[in-house]
Design a binder for this molecule. Structure first.
Ligand SMILES: Cc1ncc(C[n+]2csc(CCOP(=O)(O)OP(=O)(O)O)c2C)c(N)n1
Length: 918
């Protein structure tokens, strides 16, 4: 409910106003009139005295009476609420007699009332109509080729705006003969493109758009109107269905290239790229509309339906940032969906939920659902419990339009409406284009195996272009000869492109961009990332000085801020949160935007970060690092919604589009990242190999065994390590704040763009041994892929080398110290992938007497780094390693504290013990 109008009046005043409206609907504010209409309809008519209601005869309500006008309002309301249920947007519906939301006699009107003039203030700006005319208008507007759903929108300003636009359709939509011919040409292009591919590349999958050609009319109308609406960039995402058609007819990807990608000889231009199937590939184009450039970027996407949606949103947001499009009016996210995927994939709801959140909003996305009324072989009644595929979008204040995909002028109107709505309200809008799928799921498939009746209906149906051609001929706007000519020209154009491609195929490989072509390996020795003492001091001051009159929480002042002040003044010790802030602050001074999002990340899950401070007296907030914002360089930290897949997808997209920024996503606990597994598998690990797509995203995954049970111990390191190959990403498990600091800085200063997975600590956040000194942050320091034993044990005494990664190092070191063990060296593998083999060999070189090579980990043997490193370390040192860790387990950790303590004790002692374990 729009608080703005309700907060103005008391309940008594609202009741009085209701009475006034009943007597004269024109006498109250239109917003209130609309509300009372809704109320009346929802409560089954005007509140009436019981005895009067019992007396009411259906034929006793003259339209011009106050009650009559109330009933007319009910009729209007019925069309507005339920008109979409009677609308004719499904091309496969049989043309049986049209239904209506309500018949006039049901509301008490007599046949002779139909021609009486009435003035209903809330309809058509108070123009005078007869009841018959009102009903005709309502049928045209609400039950035509578009079904409008907008009654779920509480904001009365938005509803009034929508109603006004819809009501203007009452007189019909007429874009003129030129636009109609243009739409016809687009339908022909869409149809013939598929036919051409079908004929020239028999049996090749292309996920044809046939049956949904109207999408091209709608999209063309949309992009052509973008420049006039001040949009300069369109960030697009879509699945397989009709993708090639969109590439050809909307992005104007050269036909020769598309055809070449179909040939068996096609090889993408890339030495290491594994490439991807053609209907997953992205493309960027600049179209000129009346001389004004419009950049359209269609993202490459995996087969996983809807996974691209958050990524496109993140890209759009980043582009808005780089273009300083703070009003979000110049960059438009445009997402295409399938009906089954939109209804079925939970990710859709997750991303819709981001759409109005401060850190994630993109000024409204336009969604086009290519609703072919089938998903692979699944019918709508198997695919969803809701009436429409789009019902999930009712969670937003977003209008939903169900549009007949065979009605070009309505498709154009819908595109125009969507653009206007988005630009005005900065909100999402859903265009649900009803169509059908002429072929099977793909071109080697038989739709009739599982949908014989629907298939027969479709086979008997002329194409959308044929139907529209007939209509235009009937209107005298197209001759048969002209139609033939249009089709011939389109076909010949494609044939020409095909012939050229056949003659010189290699000319049509798309060049990869200079940046994408850079496939240099990750350096095995990190660049130097230490900072100057001056910068150290400056950031320390920024982090600890508060604005005048700002009162932090007393505990934070005592335990957090004063400790920080002391650490920066005294030169340490610095903990993890200080190191992290120092890394971020230093990058900001070097003109790199820093963005972190994740659940509760402003404070930090473990109350360690406090990047945003809240005034204890008045609740105002202060973010120290924002002091370093300048130009477009900004510090951004957002508590995210409680979702992993959508937020990680969003940050991945953001990072893709802002290559100079440090973009991080933090899981609340590392375990939860598996809710975003698709984003990790399909994008983070594989996008470079598939699509030359480089990205510097950083994942912060709290990890470590502290007895917190199965779900808060392991970030499932093994999952990431299993995905490592082709130098695709870096996986680290740092054991000191300084190492963490350098890893974050290295991510920007190192000359390669690869994702970074960081297993971050929990108990180490406050463990005194795991702190760093000032010098560890200063030049010429750097990240160390492996860490030597700080005890520097005498080589001639050492017979055992224990290798480990992460927090277990401190437990091993404590055990060794407590027992005075002098025969063991402990080596930390800080970066697990890529493994710095030379450094490891170098570190171990002095210890020639080592006979017992041990890998120690907290994780079970079927998890952690053991599976990944076992053979690699064995090969490197030409020996087999002894394992000290938990046995294979189905869940990552024990739930009971006692079991945890016993397991920890056992694995540490095993590391030092002579017992060999498998
Ligand atoms: C997450 C996911 N699950 C399953 C599939 C397999 N799959 C490919 S297309 C498809 C049906 C999609 O139906 P719809 O969303 O209506 O799009 P259409 O193909 O009909 O255009 C399915 C289940 C997939 N690609 N992604």
């Amino acid at each position: 409910m729009n608080a703005s109008i309700f907060s103005r009046l008391t309940p008594e005043e609202i009741t009085a106003l209701h009475e006034t409206w009943k007597n004269d609907p024109l006498s109250v504010d239109p917003l209130w009139a609309a509300y009372f209409e809704g109320y009346e309809l929802g409560s089954g008519g005007a509140p009436r005295e019981e005895e009067n209601a019992a007396d009411a005869s259906p034929y006793t309500v003259p339209p011009e009476s106050a009650e009559g006008r109330g009933r007319v309002n009910q009729l209007i309301r019925a069309y507005r609420v339920m008109g979409h249920k009677c609308a004719r947007f499904n091309p496969l519906d049989s043309p049986e007699e049209a239904t209506v939301p309500v018949r006039p006699e049901e509301l008490g009107f007599r046949p002779e009332d139909m021609d009486q003039p009435i003035n209903i203030g809330t309809f058509q700006k108070g123009r005078i109509f007869t009841l018959r005319e009102i009903i005709a208008h309502l049928r045209n507007t609400y039950c035509g080729a578009i079904g409008f759903e907008y009654q779920h929108i509480d904001n009365l300003e938005i509803r009034s705006w929508i109603e006004e636009k819809i009501d203007r359709r009452a007189d019909g939509v007429d874009y003129g003969p030129e636009t109609r011919r243009d739409a016809f040409i687009h339908l022909c292009k869409a149809e013939l493109f598929e036919e051409f591919l079908g004929k020239r590349f028999i049996g090749e999958k292309r996920f044809s758009l046939e049956g949904g050609e109207g999408a091209i009319v709608l999209l063309d109308a949309l992009v052509k109107r973008c420049p006039a609406a001040a949009i300069s960039h369109v960030e697009m995402g879509m699945a397989h269905r009709g993708r090639l058609n969109v590439l050809a007819n909307i992005l104007h990807k050269p036909l020769k290239t598309i055809f070449y990608e179909f040939t068996p000889d096609y090889l993408p231009e890339s030495p290491i790229g594994r490439s991807d199937v053609k209907y997953h590939l992205g493309y960027a184009a600049t179209r000129h509309v009346d001389g004004v450039p419009l950049h359209i970027n269609l993202s490459s996407n995996p087969s996983h339906l809807e996974a691209i949606y958050p990524v496109v949103e993140g890209r759009a947001r980043a582009r808005q940032h780089s273009l300083e499009d703070m009003e979000r009016k110049h960059v438009l996210p445009l997402i295409l969906h399938g009906d089954a995927a939109f209804a079925g994939q939970g990710l859709v709801a997750e991303v819709l939920n981001l759409s109005q959140l401060k850190g994630y909003r993109t000024g409204g996305s336009i969604h086009l659902i290519i609703n072919n009324q089938i998903g692979f072989t699944t019918s709508p009644d198997e695919a969803r419990s809701s009436h429409y595929a789009t019902d999930v979008a009712q969670m937003l204040e977003a209008p939903i339009l169900h549009i007949n995909g065979e009605s070009p002028e309505d498709l154009i109107w819908a595109a125009e409406f969507a653009l206007q709505f988005r630009q005005k309200f900065g909100r999402d809008i859903i265009l649900d284009m009803y169509c059908y799928r002429r072929l099977g799921h793909n071109e080697t498939d038989q739709a009739a195996f599982t949908a014989p009746m629907q298939t027969k209906k479709i086979e008997a149906r002329p194409t959308a272009a044929a139907l529209y051609g007939t209509l235009l001929r009937e209107r005298g706007e197209l001759t048969e000869q002209e139609e033939h000519g249009i089709r011939e020209r389109i076909w010949n154009g494609m044939q020409q492109a095909y012939d050229q491609m056949k003659e010189h195929p290699a000319d049509y490989i798309l060049p990869v961009s200079a940046q994408d072509a850079d496939e240099s390996p990750i350096p095995r020795l990190s660049v130097r990332t230490g900072i100057s003492p001056d910068l150290f001091r400056r950031i320390g001051d920024i982090l600890t000085e508060l604005p005048e009159n700002f009162t932090p929480h007393p505990t934070l002042e005592k335990r957090f801020l004063s400790r920080r002040r002391e650490a920066f003044r005294e030169g340490g010790p610095l903990d993890w949160a200080m190191a992290e802030s120092l890394a971020w602050g230093s990058l900001l001074t070097e003109n790199h935007t820093v963005r972190l999002s994740g659940q509760d990340c402003q404070r930090g899950t473990f109350s360690q970060r406090h990047a945003v401070l809240h005034d204890f007296n008045n609740g105002s907030v202060y973010t120290p690092l924002e002091k370093l914002n300048h130009g477009t360089t900004a510090f951004r930290i957002y508590n995210s919604s409680l979702s992993e897949a959508s937020v990680l997808g969003f940050e991945y997209g953001y990072a893709l589009e802002s290559q100079d920024a440090l973009v991080m996503w933090e899981a609340q606990f590392g375990d939860f990242a598996n809710g975003a597994q698709v984003i990790v598998d399909q994008f983070i690990a594989a996008a470079e190999a598939k699509w030359h797509q480089k990205c510097r995203i950083v994942l912060l995954l709290p990890h470590g065994y502290e007895g917190a049970g199965s779900e808060h111990s392991s970030a499932r390191m093994e999952r990431y390590l299993q995905l490592c190959a082709d130098d695709n990403m870096q996986v680290i498990n740092p054991t000191t704040p300084a190492q963490y600091f350098h890893a974050l800085r290295r991510q920007i200063h190192q000359n390669v763009h690869k994702p970074l997975i960081v297993f971050t600590p929990k108990s180490l956040l406050s463990r005194p041994e795991a702190a760093s000194a000032r010098r560890d942050f200063l030049a010429p320091s750097r990240f160390h892929e492996v860490l030597a034993d700080p005890e520097s044990p005498a080589p001639d005494k050492i017979t055992r080398a224990v290798f480990c990664t992460g927090k277990v190092y401190y437990d091993l070191d404590a055990y060794r110290r407590e027992r005075g063990i002098a025969d063991t060296v402990i080596i930390r593998v800080e970066q697990i992938y890529p493994l710095a083999q030379e450094q490891l060999t170098y570190l171990l070189a002095p210890y020639q007497k080592v006979r017992d090579f041990v890998w120690c980990q907290e994780e079970p043997s079927n998890m952690g780094a053991w599976g990944h490193l076992r053979n690699r370390l064995g090969r490197l040192f030409a020996t087999s390693f002894r394992y000290a860790g938990r046995p294979p387990m189905a869940c990552p950790a024990e739930g009971a504290k006692a079991l945890h303590a016993a397991a920890q004790k056992r694995l540490i002692s095993t590391a030092f013990g002579p017992r060999a374990q498998s």
